[in-house]
Design a protein. Structure first.
Length: 209
């Protein structure tokens, strides 16, 4: 009997619904072919996330979405955010501040499921596409690499505080040794599996921190 995998679809905002709808079409077409050969099946369920979730429930990562993601085998995420968020808590009283940001849903999703690694492969599937790159063609020709980015530590999750009575504020970037070790091990595993084996480069965003 073919195994069924549960995939939660989070279309989100902006182009997210359009992109995820097409992705689901592709996945359904593939699974229909594989199912006939005894392959796995995919069961899709759609949940609110990001700005549309704020409009519907007041939070970018509602409890129903959280529960669905925790019980799923995989998550298909579109995009979050837009110029209409965050909105003022009270349009007539600026002192009440702003409401939640859609992007907070992303941070909560990462932390809830400990999604510590963002793996971004970069390659050109066809040589004819190099002329479409915004970079010089001679620089991107035959280029192939993978970016492995840590997602649950650092400045997004560090302790922070607004200006106090003494005029002091802080925004910290924290990483634990285990957080650094596991992302380094993942990069090492990917590099060692490549043919030929690849070199690992440690890169940070020092220019924006």
């Amino acid at each position: 009997m073919a195994k069924t995998f549960k995939v939660v679809v989070l279309p989100g905002d902006g182009v997210g619904p359009e992109v995820t709808a097409e992705a689901v079409k592709v996945l359904k077409a593939i699974t229909e072919v594989r199912a006939r050969a005894g392959g796995a099946c995919i069961e899709f369920s759609e949940q609110k996330f990001g700005g549309c979730a704020i409009d519907a429930t007041g939070t970018p990562f509602p409890d129903a979405t959280r529960a669905a993601c925790e019980s799923a085998d995989a998550i298909l995420l579109g995009a979050v955010g837009g110029p209409q968020w965050p909105r003022a808590v009270d349009a007539n009283d600026a002192s009440k501040g702003m409401g939640p940001r859609p992007e907070q849903g992303l941070l909560d999703l990462r932390k809830t499921l400990d999604l510590f690694a963002n793996i971004r492969p970069m390659s050109f599937p066809a040589g004819t596409l190099t002329s479409c790159s915004p970079l010089k063609e001679e620089l991107v020709r035959d280029a192939e690499f993978v970016v492995v980015r840590e997602l649950v530590g650092g400045i997004y999750f560090g302790k922070r505080g607004e200006e106090d009575a003494n005029g002091c504020a802080y925004d910290t970037m924290e990483y634990s040794v285990p957080e650094v070790e596991r992302i380094a091990r993942l990069a090492g595993a990917l590099a060692s599996q490549a043919q030929p084996k690849q070199t690992i480069h440690s890169i940070d965003k020092a220019n924006v921190l």
